[in-house]
Design a protein around this ligand. Structure first.
Ligand SMILES: N[C@@H](CCC[C@H](N)C(=O)O)C(=O)O
Length: 277
C-alpha cells in the first residue's frame, strides 16, 4: 500500500489515496501503521476516497483504531494532496467528512500558497449534541470533578467533541496527567478531545491538547476552533485570534454573519513510502 506522510503543524498522518472504500481492517491497520516503533508512525491514518456529495471523501482513523468524525489538520492535508497530486486546480474544494462537507480554498494564491483556509462549519453548542452529560443549550465552564480537583469545562462540537479548559499557563500545564482522565470522564459519553487554553490577549490564545484516541499531539485544528469559540462564549477573546500550538500557529475566525468557523494554516507532505504490512 503506497502512502504519503503529511502533517499540519506536526499533527501527522499517513495519507492513502486510490482505495474505492474504507478497507474493512482499517482499524487494525491504523494501530499498526501509526505505531512509532513498529510502523511508519503517525497520529492517524487518512483515506482519500471517492465522494458522491463532494470532490473527495476523507475518513480518518485515530492511532488507537477509533474513527473520528472530523479533523481540521487532516482536512488541510487532504486539500494539499488534492491540489498538488490530483489536479484539482486551486479553486474551491469540497471535502466530505463523517461530519459533513468542508469547503477549502487557498487564500492569497501566489503570496501565501503555504496556507489553506477551511470553512469548518457551525460549532454545535448544545449539551446533547456535543455530547456531554449536561443537556443545556450551551455548556459553559461547567464544573467537572476529578477526585479533589474541579475543572471548569466549556463544551463545543466541531463535528467531533471538545472540552475546553482555561488554565493559567497552557505551556506548563500537566496535559499528560489530566488529559486522559478528562478524555474518558463520564461527562463525555463519546469521550472528548481536551484543550487547555491560556488567553494571552483577546486576539491570541495558547493551547495544548490531549486528543481522543491519540493522546498528546502537537496541534489540533478542530481543537483550535473549539478553543476560540469557548473563549468568545466566556467573554475572554474576540471572534478572530491566532492560536499558538506546540507545532505552530493557526488563524481562527468565528464569523458573526454566518456563524461558521474558519481555520487557516499550513499542510505539508514530507515523504512517500510503501507499507509492507
Ligand atoms: N487532530 C485533529 C482531530 C483528530 C480527531 C480526534 N482525535 C477525535 O477523535 O475527534 C484536528 O486537527 O482536528
Amino acid at each position: 500500500m503506497k502512502f504519503t506522510k503529511m502533517h499540519g503543524l506536526g499533527n501527522d498522518f499517513i495519507v492513502v489515496a486510490g482505495e474505492k472504500q474504507l478497507p474493512e481492517n482499517s482499524s487494525e491497520m491504523a494501530r499498526r501503521i501509526c505505531n512509532r516503533h513498529f510502523g511508519v508512525g503517525g497520529d492517524g491514518l487518512v483515506f482519500i476516497l471517492p465522494s458522491e456529495k463532494g470532490d473527495v471523501r476523507m475518513r480518518i482513523i485515530n492511532s488507537d483504531g477509533s474513527e473520528a468524525e472530523q479533523c481540521g489538520n487532516a482536512v488541510r492535508c487532504v486539500a494539499r494532496y488534492c491540489y498538488e497530486r490530483l489536479q484539482f486546480g486551486t479553486g474551491k474544494l469540497a471535502i466530505e467528512t463523517q461530519a459533513g462537507l468542508q469547503y477549502v480554498e487557498l487564500p492569497g494564491t501566489g503570496m501565501n500558497t503555504d496556507l489553506i483556509r477551511v470553512d469548518m462549519g457551525k460549532p454545535r453548542l448544545a449539551g446533547k449534541e456535543i455530547p456531554t452529560a449536561v443537556k443545556g443549550e450551551t455548556v459553559v465552564e461547567h464544573p467537572v470533578k476529578l477526585g479533589e480537583e474541579t475543572f471548569f469545562v466549556t463544551g463545543v462540537s466541531m463535528g467531533n467533541p471538545h472540552g475546553v479548559i482555561f488554565v493559567e499557563d497552557a505551556d506548563t500545564f500537566p496535559v499528560e496527567v489530566w488529559g486522559p482522565k478528562l478524555e474518558q470522564h463520564s461527562f463525555f459519553p463519546e469521550k472528548a478531545n481536551v484543550e487547555f487554553v491560556t488567553v494571552r490577549t483577546p486576539h491570541e490564545l495558547d493551547m495544548r491538547v490531549w486528543e481522543r484516541g491519540v493522546g498528546r499531539t502537537m496541534a489540533c485544528g478542530t481543537g483550535a476552533c473549539a478553543a476560540l469559540v469557548a473563549s468568545v462564549l466566556t467573554g475572554k477573546a474576540e471572534r478572530q485570534a491566532t492560536v499558538h500550538l506546540q507545532g505552530g500557529d493557526l488563524e481562527i475566525e468565528w464569523s458573526k454573519q454566518n456563524d461558521h468557523v474558519y481555520m487557516t494554516g499550513p499542510a505539508k507532505a514530507v515523504f512517500e513510502g510503501e507499507w509492507l504490512g
